[in-house]
Design a protein around this ligand. Structure first.
Ligand code: ADP
Length: 320
């Protein structure tokens, strides 16, 4: 394999640039030619490929977002769009593709591999919702961003004896909400994976904390549960504590990647290129007990990641 391409696709995540840098540098180290595909799968459809040199990826390891840009590409999901992407690869002599993104991007990579273009994928999403992988690129940075913002909210909640109901991103997954919730010392953490009881898990906990001298509260709510304005109203009515809702929004996707994400991205990018060099394709790079491993994309998409109930139990025990 002498010529490969690298794509960032789907939702952006801090650390994508560090992964691109690693792919490019590893490929050049192995005497391969490497192209950057601009704007996700759209770049393959529209033949927007840029040759990457060693210095093309200078000064990006510390930057959030993706300098290759990303996109959601409905056209790529059609047979016609996919054939255009295959034609671009064939015309350009691209023999392998590294796709950096979430599970939607993995499905695209699986379909591209099935049409003769070998793909390897790298999980990058702040949601940490990739079943085969203990931590995805961007998750640690996003958790730190949420912590930073909620710490600021806490200052004002504390000064006014308020309750803050905070909506955290994560699509259908509660990982980001739980880890940030533990780190900010939230009174309640509501995630889609675990049913909750409004009275017992919120109102009673707030009343008990109040009776022991705590007068400000943080309730962390995963995006998959939502309705934070309505929830804030109900809490205020049930407890008499002034309650405000805050939706943190897209700011959670931004910012310079943490050391952990930069290192994870660097390792995964390097590993992905070596998989292609070994003639492997249709693989997802993952991390398990701090070791890099890889799985068949189709099998990985069928896997289930059980929510960490022990961590959730611990969070509840110490949030009294
Ligand atoms: P993410 O990769 O962050 O999960 P998306 O779900 O939007 O983001 O997926 C990114 C892109 O991957 C989509 O815009 C589409 O081009 C492609 N894709 C998503 N799902 C599929 C699918 N089932 N089959 C083929 N391609 C897909």
């Amino acid at each position: 394999m002498r010529k490969i391409a690298v794509i960032t696709s789907g939702g952006d995540a801090p650390g994508m640039n560090a992964a691109v840098r690693s792919v490019v540098r590893t490929a050049i180290h192995e005497d391969m030619e490497v192209y950057g595909v601009v704007r996700g799968y759209n770049g393959l459809i529209n033949d927007e490929l840029v040759p990457m040199e060693l210095r093309s990826v200078s000064d990006i390891i510390h930057r959030g977002g993706t300098t290759l840009f990303t996109a959601r590409s409905p056209e790529f999901r059609t047979e016609e769009g996919m054939q255009k992407a295959v034609a671009t690869c064939k015309r350009r002599g691209i023999e392998g593709v590294v796709v950096i993104g979430g599970d939607g991007s993995f499905r695209g990579a699986r379909d591209l591999t099935a049409r003769g273009i070998p793909c390897v994928t790298i999980p990058a999403t702040i949601d940490n919702d990739i079943s085969c992988c203990e931590a995805t690129i961007g998750y640690d940075t996003a958790a730190n961003t949420v912590i930073d913002m909620v710490d600021k909210l806490r200052d004002t909640s504390q000064s006014h004896d308020r309750c803050s109901v905070v909506e955290v991103m994560g699509r259908h997954a509660g990982w980001l909400t739980m880890s940030a919730g533990i780190a900010v010392g939230a009174t309640s953490i509501l995630v889609p994976e675990v049913p909750y009881d409004f009275q017992k898990d919120i109102v009673d906990k707030m009343k008990m904390s109040s009776a022991t001298g705590k007068h400000h509260f943080i309730i962390m709510v995963a995006e998959g549960i939502g309705h934070v304005d309505e929830l804030a109203k109900r809490i205020e009515e049930a407890t008499g504590v002034e309650t405000r809702a805050t939706i943190l929004g897209h700011v959670q996707r931004g910012g310079n990647p943490t050391a952990r994400d930069r290192i994870l991205a660097s390792r995964m990018g390097n590993y992905a290129v070596h998989l292609l060099l070994q003639g492997k394709s249709n693989r997802v790079v993952a991390i398990k007990k701090d070791q890099l491993v890889d799985y068949d994309i189709t099998e990985a998409l069928d896997m289930k990641k059980p929510f960490d109930m022990d961590m959730y139990r611990m969070a509840n025990e110490i949030s009294i």
